[in-house]
Design a protein around this ligand. Structure first.
Ligand SMILES: Cc1ncc(COP(=O)(O)O)c(C=O)c1O
Length: 437
């Protein structure tokens, strides 16, 4: 009989094993939520919301910040705050959650998909440069999973071509580049607090920005167009925004309960990020020693790395298996709370990125053609999704050091029995992309 759990052998992770779960909370969070419930302040520029906004902005070392409804509208608001709209081109990585590109279409801009680096899955700057045209107005960088884009080089590239830089930091709460918080480099950054994220309020989002003018615009965009009232006065802005600065917009505010739960999360964030980072460094050292297994590259400028997902690659040439076969076998060995999965579908062919399904986006024949995702060629994204890429939710990194050994042992076991993994038929591998993240 086979050694592999998926073929009836004994799994490495015992059935009774309890893996870490996410999200987590403490008694003090429940107490604060009860206090908010009994108060008569449940939303709209409430004290907890701004307490959190100032604290989180300070933690990332950014200038200004505010809560918003979620990471999707955060990107939309960033584009609108920068005056980006109909027919403007925005360069977006081909590997990301669909919202990064969909938000561009929602402001009638054209997302142009650039390819990513094979060993970080972050924007390939050569691909970005090749995608720049006269119509390009901005680049949205997504620091994906547990990697950071070379933000120094990308910011210089944007400056050279007079492009706005937006950072999608949905995966990066607690990441620092040369000691400076990710999300403070772009004109605007957008964050998600969706349940799976390392700082979460179930749903929710955040915008950071560099200037007072952008802060005023973002404030109005999230608050039905109202100008910033300076009551409460935040970030030292004691005067209201000029009255004529109102913009038409919708309601993208959050509630005081969300802010309460975020304050609890923020008090735990730095330690959790450090613990995950230490485990990831340890696990990567082990994975690097296994033939045919390739850890992701960590740039030397990264002084603290947060992980939304932990990722690595299997070398399809050396091991002659697909990532899907490897994930199936690995999941059977370990039975984590959340399975190993391939990375995001390439946006050129993604089940949830269908920009040509709404009449309101049919602005003209040319626009309709330009937003067809299939016209973008992003071979590295396709390869990572179909052949080599493997990811797992950050809660895996919240286990003990001995558990990291167990994960490495499971990977080694599969490589030692690779001929059997090669024969596995990939059935209905749960489609991670189609679910919540
Ligand atoms: C990279 C990225 N951008 C944007 C979003 C959208 O965030 P939200 O789900 O809060 O709208 C997500 C959510 O998973 C994401 O992963």
């Amino acid at each position: 009989m086979s050694n592999l759990a998926i073929l009836g052998g004994a799994p490495l992770g015992a059935k009774s094993k309890k893996w870490a779960k996410w999200p987590v909370s403490e008694e003090k969070d429940a107490k604060l939520l009860a206090e908010i419930t009994r108060s008569n302040r449940w939303s709209f520029d409430g004290p907890y919301e701004w307490k959190f906004a100032e604290a989180f902005t300070k933690y990332q070392k950014a200038n200004f910040g505010m809560c918003n409804a979620n990471g999707t509208v955060g990107i939309q608001m960033a584009l609108e705050a920068l005056g980006i709209g109909a027919y403007d081109e925005v360069i977006v990585p081909g590997m990301t959650w669909q919202a990064t590109a969909a938000a561009c279409v929602d402001v009638n801009a054209v997302p142009v998909l650039a390819d990513v680096e094979p060993d970080t899955w972050n924007l390939d700057l050569a691909s970005v440069e090749a995608a720049i045209t006269k119509r390009t107005r901005a680049v949205i960088v997504v620091h994906l999973y547990g990697s950071v884009t070379d933000i120094t080089k990308l910011a210089a590239l944007c400056k050279k071509h007079k492009l706005h830089l937006i950072e999608d930091c949905a995966h990066q709460h607690g990441t620092f580049w040369k000691g400076q918080g990710v999300g403070s480099f772009g004109d605007v950054s957008s964050w998600s607090f969706q349940e799976s994220k390392v700082l979460s309020s179930g749903e929710g989002g955040f915008s950071m920005c560099k200037t007072k003018e952008l802060f005023y615009r973002l404030y109005s965009l999230r608050n039905c167009g109202r100008p910033y009232p300076a009551d409460p006065a935040v970030f030292g802005l004691k005067k209201p925004a000029p009255k004529d600065s109102a913009i038409q917009s919708g309601n993208y505010r959050i509630t005081e309960w969300q802010a309460g739960i975020l304050l609890g999360g923020l008090s735990r964030l730095d330690k959790q990020v450090k613990d995950r980072d230490a485990n990831a460094i340890y696990l990567n050292q082990q994975l690097a020693e296994i033939d045919g297994v390739l850890p992701m590259r960590r740039r030397k400028e990264v002084t603290q790395q947060s992980y939304f997902n932990f990722a690595f690659r299997v070398d399809p040439k050396e091991l002659k298996v697909t990532n899907a076969q490897f994930c199936m076998a690995l999941n059977a060995e370990l039975r984590l709370t959340d399975d190993f999965e391939p990375p995001y579908d390439p946006l050129s062919n993604c089940g949830l990125y269908k920009p040509r399904t709404k009449k309101r986006h049919n602005l003209s024949k040319d626009y309709w053609k330009a937003i067809n995702p299939a016209i973008n060629k992003i071979p590295v994204c396709v390869e990572a999704n179909r052949k080599s890429g493997i990811t797992v939710h950050h809660q895996m990194l919240m286990n003990s050091r001995a558990d990291m050994d167990l994960v490495a042992a499971a990977v080694r076991k599969l490589v030692d029995n690779i001929a059997e993994v090669r024969k596995l038929k990939v059935g209905e591998l749960k489609k991670y992309q189609a679910l919540s993240r």
